[in-house]
Design a protein around this ligand. Sequence first.
Ligand code: UT7
Length: 325
Amino acid sequence: MTLHSRITGTGSHLPPRRVTNADLVAQLAEGGIETSDQWIVERTGIRARHFAADGVQCSDMALDAARHALKAAGRDASELDLIIVATSTPDMVFPSTACILQNKLGANGCPAFDVQAVCSGFVYALTVADAMVRAGSARCALVVGSEVFSRLLDFSDRTTCVLFGDGAGAVVLEASETPGILASDLHADGKHVGILCVPGHVAGGVASGDPFLKMDGQAVFKLAVGLLEKSARATLEKAGIEAADVDWMVPHQANIRIMQSTARKLHLPMEKVVVTVDQHGNTSAASIPLALDHAVRAGQVQPGQTVLLEGVGGGFTWGSVLLKM
Ligand code: UT7
């Protein structure tokens, strides 16, 4: 019998502090930085984002999202035999946020590690977990995307600081006789390192280099729209499924215009696209599981439906996963 992996529960966390465009416009104006709600909405679709309070760590948000996902799956943390956290904003340089999360969950003993693929992180982590479940090395995995991107933002750079937010999303992925994850497709091209990066590093006991996020937005935009369509088509082909048979697309939530473009290229109506970027901004590796959980809890994404996840981010990295809920 072929072994498959299937999502059995989803969960998410948003920090309580919601920052609207108007709030951000006012905050930036104090520092002499000019932006507007109109610019942000027209260019990105973002209306609000959540920022974590000082002292709240990536693992804290991951913990809350994980608890919700475990509850939805009807599982106890002690049943987990694999934990993967996708993040670019870990609690520490090391150990991994996955190890810190494991201890907070009281699931000590199972393998736990982080995946760093920036905004494609969740798609990468889910693909790795699926492979481990299908290989028989795990039966009940927790896959989390959690980010405190607000800590990387330069609030004197209006081209980036209006785009990102904080949050976490999680899924429980279990061994199953019926197919859940149908196919996936992952890529990276390191020649694009410079277009989206945080160039800082720790050396000699001090953070050196630039510790803030840098992005060539137009270059990222252009690459994203081409690569996402290509990856989605590759995944659909591997699974032998037509785009028309996809019930929902849950894309990385970076920019509504990128999502609209991908949907148009795949001939998917926007009614089939889960959109949370308006309320969450870009939460990097957290955006896909956050959006998925919101869609599940809103009764949009239903058991048995076919869902296409796709993400793109720093590296450059990109990929997609097709699954049955
Ligand atoms: O999560 C990883 C993936 N990341 C992404 O997918 C992001 C991809 N890129 C984008 O989403 C878009 O490129 C942005 C939203 C970042 C920028 O939108 P754009 O339509 O590419 O704008 P632009 O960079 O071409 O800038 C247009 C104008 C510029 O002014 P000039 O040179 O035309 O006078 C900018 O200086 O908008 C100006 N601008 C702003 N104005 C008001 C840039 N940021 C702002 C701002 N408020 N916050």
